[in-house]
Design a binder for this molecule. Structure first.
Ligand code: 2RA
Length: 342
C-alpha cells in the first residue's frame, strides 16, 4: 500500500513546495495530514484536487503516519522523536540532527545507500551544501577532490518569506524616495540589520568562534559526512545577494589527478539532477532567474585554473527551495517507497 504522509510546516515556503511537488510528481500516498503551528491551524489547502484542513502539530498527530516530511525549524527537535516513537520515519529539513552520527544525511543522487541505516530520522542537508555537492559528485567520481574554495550568492528566500518581503519593501521604498529600516537580514535574531536591496551581505546566520558563520560550517561538516571523506579541505564564504529565489555558487576545486575540462563537462551533463549550461560563445551560463522553480542544478563556466594544473573553476545555480530542500526530501521518500523501506 501507499504510505500515510504528514507534512509538518505545510503553510511555509518549504511546506508549500512539498505540496507542489507531490502534485507535480504524482507522489504516491494513501492519507495525507497537513500540520503546522497553532497560528495556521484551520487553514484550508488544496492538494491533488482535494481540500485539506491544516491541523495543529502535536505528538499524537503522527499516529498512523508512515513518512513525516518536516519542513524545518526548531520544532523538529521536539516533534521528530515523538513521530519516530509512533512509528513514522521522519525526513527532516532542519539542522537539528544533521551531524548526529545515528542520523543519515542524504542526497539521493549521491549517497542513497545511507538511507538504509536510519533509526527513524533521515536528515536533509543544508541547501547550499546540496547545490554544491550536486555539481561536485560527478567530478569526485572521476577523481577525488582534495580542496574546495566556495563563495555562495544566496537568495533572500533562504531567509524565508520575511527575507523576500524585506527585499521587495526596500526596493519599493527606494523607488519612492522613502526610508526603510531593515529588520530581517542578515538574521532576524541579531541586534543589527543591513539593507539587502542594492547590497550584498557577507553573513548568513551567526558567527562561530572561528569567525566562519554557521552556514559556512554547515557546508564544511555536511560535505564531509555526505561524501564520507573528512579529508577534503573546504573553505566557504556565504553571501546574501538581492535575488528572490535560487542560490548560486562560485566553486574552485583541486582534484587528486588532473581531470580534463571536457571530461568534467561530460560527467556533469550525464549526472542525474544536474544540467550543463556552459556555452561562453553564446553567453550561456547558469543564472538564478533560469533555475528558479526547476529541479536540476545548473553547472557552467567550467574552466581550468590559470596556474594550478589540477584546479577547476565552476559556477553553479540551483533552486534552494526545490533541490535545496523540498525536492531532495521528497526524493528520499520516493527512494524508500520504491525500495519498500517504510
Ligand atoms: C539560507 N541556507 O539561505 C539558508 C536556508 N536554509 O539562509
Amino acid at each position: 500500500r501507499n504510505p500515510n504522509i504528514a507534512i509538518l510546516g505545510a503553510t511555509g515556503a518549504v511546506g508549500q513546495e512539498f505540496i507542489r511537488l507531490i502534485e507535480e510528481r504524482n507522489f504516491p500516498f494513501h492519507q495525507l495530514k497537513l500540520l503546522a503551528s497553532a497560528r495556521s491551524a484551520g487553514k484550508k489547502l488544496m492538494v491533488c484536487g482535494k481540500e485539506y484542513t491544516v491541523e495543529e502539530a502535536r505528538p499524537e498527530s503522527f499516529e498512523g503516519i508512515d513518512i513525516a516530511l518536516f519542513a524545518g525549524g526548531s520544532i523538529s527537535k521536539v516533534l521528530a522523536p515523538e513521530a519516530v516513537k509512533r512509528g513514522a520515519v521522519v525526513i527532516d529539513n532542519s539542522s537539528s540532527f544533521r551531524m548526529d552520527p545515528l542520523v543519515p544525511l542524504v542526497v539521493p543522487e549521491i549517497n542513497p545507500e545511507d538511507i538504509a541505516w536510519h533509526h527513524g530520522i533521515i536528515a536533509n542537508p543544508n541547501c547550499s551544501t546540496i547545490i554544491m555537492l550536486m555539481a561536485l559528485k560527478p567530478i569526485y567520481d572521476i577523481s577525488r577532490i582534495k580542496r574546495i574554495i566556495v563563495s555562495t550568492y544566496q537568495a533572500v528566500s533562504g531567509a524565508g518569506k520575511d527575507g523576500i518581503d524585506e527585499l521587495l519593501n526596500e526596493c519599493e521604498a527606494y523607488s519612492q524616495g522613502k526610508e526603510y529600516t531593515p529588520k530581517i537580514l542578515p538574521s532576524a535574531s541579531l541586534p543589527k540589520h543591513y539593507p539587502i536591496a542594492f547590497n550584498v551581505i557577507p553573513q548568513i546566520d551567526v558567527f562561530r568562534e572561528n569567525d566562519y558563520t554557521k552556514e559556512e560550517m554547515k557546508m564544511v561538516n555536511e560535505t564531509h559526512k555526505i561524501f564520507h571523506d573528512d579529508s577534503i579541505a573546504i573553505t566557504p564564504t556565504a553571501v546574501r545577494v538581492p535575488v528572490l529565489r535560487s542560490h548560486a555558487e562560485s566553486i574552485y576545486i583541486e582534484t587528486e589527478e588532473v581531470v580534463s575540462v571536457e571530461s568534467v563537462k561530460k560527467a556533469v551533463d550525464a549526472f542525474p539532477g544536474t544540467c550543463l549550461v556552459d556555452n561562453p560563445a553564446e553567453m550561456e551560463y547558469p543564472m538564478p532567474l533560469d533555475t528558479s522553480n526547476k529541479n536540476d542544478v545548473a553547472v557552467g563556466r567550467i574552466r581550468r585554473d590559470l596556474t594550478v594544473e589540477n584546479g577547476i573553476n565552476l559556477w553553479v545555480s540551483g533552486d534552494q527551495i526545490r533541490k535545496g530542500a523540498a525536492l531532495n526530501a521528497l526524493q528520499i521518500a520516493e527512494y524508500m517507497i520504491s525500495n519498500s523501506m517504510f
